[in-house]
Design a protein around this ligand. Structure first.
Ligand code: PMP
Length: 287
């Protein structure tokens, strides 16, 4: 039976439990390592631990274990699981821990969740070109962290950006791609208004296809009094917009009056926002 480590205790892996409010579960808000142990000896232990410490520091998870604490803990885990196999992999996972609510910004005073378990791994391959098992692979464009159209719980990228805005005392943060084109907010879609036209980035892999965004576009188009466009929006256009809005199921359509410390236009909530929010409010239950 596999013995796991969870928050200070060893227990059978099948009995280990964490809260569904754990941010590792809700947001992918955590760091992990896998260390191979051959005949009880680790490969790259210090390097794995340094990478984990770097990862934890970069997302501001405070874990007070030293490298020696980890070494002792892992040796104990390996000893308790020695009956599983001669060679073991150890999976270590430190998440930001379980808060009492679901909120993107990093919570204060939450203890990290520390989880580890061991599993059997294969013997090393023979150092012999005639006997080693080679791999056959295929190839594709690297799209990692670029599937923003999927409402995935892998939200660490969003959470880090939300925290960036929150730490700066802002309510949200607008995001641009490497070409300086508007994508969306860390937890919302984004719109600008210029010369009476409501403009929002096209729905592609760079944004979540927001339900609120869809209802805004469809209800405005059906109403016909305010023109709408789905197209590329540059950073300059955002900075020179007459109005900026953000949208989500919890915010509905929220007017943005300050961006990067400067007023949007005259710093007042715009007339197009009011007209659009009225149309949205009148029709939102029809979808
Ligand atoms: N983009 C992101 C990244 C979001 O997290 C959300 C809210 N879940 C939205 C857009 C808005 O989507 P919706 O209108 O469906 O709430």
């Amino acid at each position: 039976m596999s013995i796991a480590y969870l928050n200070g205790s060893f227990l059978p892996l099948s009995e280990a439990r964490i809260s569904p409010l754990d941010r590792g579960f809700l947001f992918g808000d955590g760091i992990y390592e896998v260390i191979p142990y051959y005949g009880g000896k680790p490969v790259g232990f210090n390097l794995h631990m340094q990478r984990m410490a770097d990862g934890l520091a970069s997302i501001e998870i405070k874990c007070d274990k030293s490298i020696d604490d980890w070494r002792v803990l892992m040796e104990e885990l390996i000893a308790k699981n020695a009956s599983l196999n001669e060679n073991l992999g150890v999976y270590i996972h430190v998440s930001r821990g379980a808060d009492t609510k679901r909120y993107h910004a990093y919570p204060e005073n939450v203890e990290p969740t520390i989880f580890a378990f061991a599993f059997a791994i294969k013997d090393p391959e023979p150092v012999d070109r005639d006997k080693v098992h080679p791999y056959s692979v295929c190839s594709t464009e690297d799209l990692r962290w670029k599937h923003c159209n999927i409402k995935s719980t892998s939200l660490l990228g969003n959470v880090m950006h939300y925290q960036q805005g929150y730490a700066a005392g802002e309510n949200e943060i607008l995001l641009f791609n490497s070409k300086g084109e508007l994508t969306e907010g860390s937890s919302c879609n984004a719109f600008i208004v210029k010369d009476g036209v409501v403009i929002t980035p096209i729905q592609d892999n760079q944004i979540l296809p927001g339900i609120t965004r869809r209802i805004i576009l469809d209800s405005l188009r059906a109403d016909g009094s305010i023109p709408v466009e789905e197209r590329t929006v540059t950073m300059d256009e955002v900075r020179n917009a007459d109005e900026v809005w953000i949208s989500s199921s919890s915010k509905e359509i929220a007017p943005v009056t300050r961006l990067d410390g400067k007023a949007v236009n005259d710093g007042k909530v715009g007339a197009v926002w009011e007209a659009a929010f009225r149309i949205y409010t009148d029709h939102k239950f029809e979808y």
